[in-house]
Design a protein around this ligand. Structure first.
Ligand code: AMP
Length: 359
């Protein structure tokens, strides 16, 4: 079924990803209704309607469902129960099942391993005793991570020696966790791709990502890895999309390990949504990740994901935001600001994409 222009797409989450999705949806003739608990949300400004309510508020969710033709999300920590509630009333993409796997690091890594994809060695750590067993099996250094709600390095603790285990468990504040072996990677890369319900799959070129203080700082495409490694990353993303029966744009983050002939990728994380490492597609690809998501969930044909320039994406985080003015003077650099009133440490305020044309 193809959703027709004039229909209303409901978006759970009102951050910059929702804002850029709403702009892409508007360009295709859709209306957007944003649902977000925060009063001042960047996406509200560019959408026809919004609801400010908690994700647990069933009366508000029911009204939202009645007001929209399709529901999607821009925030992966939307409670699965909210998505299931909505799905009983209105079509939802991606599915609650896909969200449930991607929300939980243990389910996510188990899922990737079952598909035969490489991951860091991992173990379930429900309590301190389990952590000692996990350290004995995996060794150190290792990283203890909360199973849920981790982002930008939050809820993570590096363990260099077994004696640090008790302190690391305290740091998790009782949250279920997993232990991951520390991977000595050469680079971090991601595949952002769109998938339709009929299996049609359109990956963007592999992107290389650099983090600062655990927050994405800079992405470049194409990633500086061998073509065979790029093909492996894209095949892994395709397998993950198929395994999840995923509909929409998603991202898979990888670590690049080994060199030369033995260069390979291992899965770090699955993001069930459009992704910061795909922002360059707004300016450097024929169809951007946001339009691709709207096309996929609306049942439209996917556009070409073809990249037409070498790209460098720079995130504006906190005080670094003031760089926009200098970058705006570069003729082939595109500026995106998210309309957030207040600059805070670690807050993503916007980004720039530098386009470099061959020749
Ligand atoms: P995550 O929240 O899992 O994406 O982790 C945030 C960042 O921490 C990653 O982008 C890596 O730079 C680093 N990291 C996470 N897990 C590992 C690991 N198992 N080995 C080495 N570095 C890691």
């Amino acid at each position: 079924m193809m959703l027709k222009p004039g229909a209303t797409i409901g978006i759970l989450g009102g951050g910059q990803l929702g804002r850029m999705l709403a702009i892409a949806a508007a360009r295709l003739g859709f209306h957007c209704h944003i649902y977000c608990p925060e009063v001042a949300s960047p996406a509200f400004e560019v959408a026809r309607a919004h609801t400010v309510a908690a994700y647990e508020d069933e009366a508000a969710l029911a009204m939202f469902a009645a007001a929209v033709d399709l529901v999607t999300l821009e925030f992966e920590n939307v409670p699965v129960a909210a998505l299931r509630f909505l799905a009983s009333r209105v079509p939802v993409a991606p599915s609650a099942d896909a969200l449930e796997i991607a929300q939980d690091r243990l389910a996510e890594k188990t899922f990737a391993a079952r598909l035969g994809l490489g991951t860091a060695p991992f173990a379930d750590v429900p309590n301190e005793l389990a952590l000692y067993a996990a350290i004995a099996r995996i060794g150190v250094p290792a990283i203890l991570k909360t199973r849920r709600f981790g982002y930008d390095g939050k809820g993570q603790m590096k363990i260099l020696a077994a004696v640090e285990a008790a302190a690391a468990i305290t740091e998790m504040k009782g949250a279920p966790a997993i232990l991951e072996g520390f991977v000595r990677f050469s680079r971090e890369v991601s595949v952002v791709a769109a998938r339709k319900a009929d299996g049609d799959f359109a990956p963007f070129d592999v992107t290389e990502n650099e983090h600062r203080n655990h927050i994405l700082d800079r992405s470049v495409a194409p990633a500086r890895i061998a073509p065979a490694t790029q093909a492996k990353a894209i095949a892994a993303a395709r397998a993950i999309g198929e395994g999840l029966g995923y509909v929409g744009t998603f991202a898979v983050e990888f670590f690049v390990v080994g060199e030369g002939e033995s260069e390979d990728v291992i899965v770090n994380e699955i993001a069930p949504r459009v992704h910061n490492s795909g922002h360059w597609t707004l300016d450097g690809a024929i169809t951007c990740q946001f339009e691709q998501h709207i096309r996929a969930i609306a049942g439209w044909p996917l556009g070409a994901p073809t990249r037409f320039a070498d790209v460098e994406m720079l995130n504006f985080v906190g005080e670094g935001t003031s760089r926009w003015a200098t970058l705006a003077a570069e003729p082939t650099t595109k500026i995106h600001l998210y309309g957030k009133a207040e600059i805070r440490d670690g807050r993503k305020m916007g980004h720039a994409t530098r386009l470099v044309f061959p020749g």
